[in-house]
Design a protein around this ligand. Structure first.
Ligand SMILES: [Fe+2]
Ligand SMILES: [Fe+2]
Length: 368
């Protein structure tokens, strides 16, 4: 057996998340097909709720990837399997049972990969656990879906293989199957976190940034500090740029939020300090003292946002408005993350021995 360890833990988790997300997109298109095949109203209602859970879980995966902050493409093997599975879904030569079998396999793969991610992050750094932890909700849903898919196969198998001809029997068997698949699992599960209002999404980011600061300041391992600072740089910049573009601009437009000018200034001040730290050597005393200064500045800014600004926002904006803003924020943050990651992957202009001059394949290479 040849085992390939090609990733850093962060990239490894990002790679699994990319695979799960790509597979989830295909599953969602299977849901549309399933609905188009079913005539019975009760079964349709059941399938619709499963489709809604899948839809919500796709958004949840996008939110998790965004919070994790490391983006990679799905693996070739995953894309290959997705092509095959799509061929089965679209192929007229395949029976309904064969299509459902493929659907069931996709769901089982979601459960195995999702559980693996959940297991691996348990021993990883706190910021990863915070960003990726909500995958537990998706795993719970998918476990229920696997049960539903296998009972669906059984019901359709009786019709397709064993030659039962009465269609009403199929639907009633499927209804029973759904009920038994749902009952034992649903009780203990947390609901997936998605469509959170903007203020809640921002708080999740704030906690992650604070965890990264603690890790950098606590470690004596220079390489680890370098890697965490790289992640912190991406997270802070993507968050603050999206926050300005979506939240601050909206507050300016609405009026009555004069404190926003001060918030812009603090973002700017933090970015300048980030740039200063980038030019310092990570094993110097200056590096830690500057990170500590940055931490005070950012936590002061976060306290102001959470204690003064957010309560005022919650008074002036409806829950729905905040959900719409959170969707826009996620889009902006994703774009910012992509452009920061792109800039950090460009070949270096020089190879000096400073913090910024490390080899670009090492995690401590920064956007410039
Ligand atoms: Fe913020
Ligand atoms: Fe901010």
């Amino acid at each position: 057996m040849t085992i390939r360890g090609i990733h850093s833990p962060r990239e490894g988790i990002a790679s699994k998340l990319a695979d799960i997300t790509a597979r989830q997109r295909l599953i969602n298109s299977y849901d549309d097909w399933l609905l188009s095949e079913v005539d019975d109203d009760d079964v349709r209602i059941d399938l619709q709720s499963m489709a809604q859970e899948d839809e919500r879980n796709l958004k949840l995966l996008e939110t998790i990837s965004l919070a994790h902050g490391v983006r990679v493409e799905p693996q070739k093997a995953t894309l290959g399997h997705i092509d095959l599975a799509r061929g089965i879904l679209d192929g007229n030569e395949y029976s309904v049972l064969e299509k459902i079998a493929e659907y069931s396999l996709l769901k089982q793969m979601q459960v195995s990969c999702g559980r693996l991610v959940q297991l691996l992050i348990a021993s990883m750094d706190k910021d990863i656990r915070m960003a990726v932890g909500p995958i537990a909700a998706l795993n719970g849903d998918n476990e229920t879906h696997v049960k539903k898919a296998s009972t669906m196969m059984e019901a359709i198998g009786r019709y397709e293989i064993a030659g039962e001809t009465e269609e009403r029997g199929l639907w009633s068997r499927m209804k029973e199957a759904f009920a038994s698949a749902t009952m034992p699992v649903v009780g203990g599960l947390a609901k997936p976190v998605d469509d959170m209002p903007l203020t809640s999404v921002l708080v999740v980011d704030h906690r992650k940034v604070s965890a990264l600061f603690k890790e950098i300041l606590a470690t004596e391992d220079v390489r680890l500090a370098q890697e965490r600072f790289h992640q912190l740089y991406i997270d802070f910049h993507a968050h603050s740029l999206a926050e300005e573009k979506v939240l601050y601009e909206t507050l300016r437009f609405r009026g009555g939020f004069a404190e926003i000018d001060h918030s812009y200034e603090e973002h700017e001040e933090a970015r300048t300090l980030f740039d200063d730290i980038r030019s310092a050597s990570p094993d110097s005393a200056k590096f830690k003292s500057m990170v500590s200064r940055l931490e005070s500045l950012v936590s002061h800014h976060v306290d102001e946002e959470e204690d003064r600004l957010f309560p005022k926002i919650k008074e002036r904006f409806s829950e729905n408005e905040l959900i719409v803003l959170s969707r826009r924020f996620k889009e902006e943050k994703m774009q910012a993350q992509e452009s920061l990651a792109l800039r950090s992957s460009r070949p270096r202009r020089d190879s000096s021995s400073s913090f910024m001059g490390s080899d670009r394949t090492t995690p401590g290479t920064f956007p410039q």
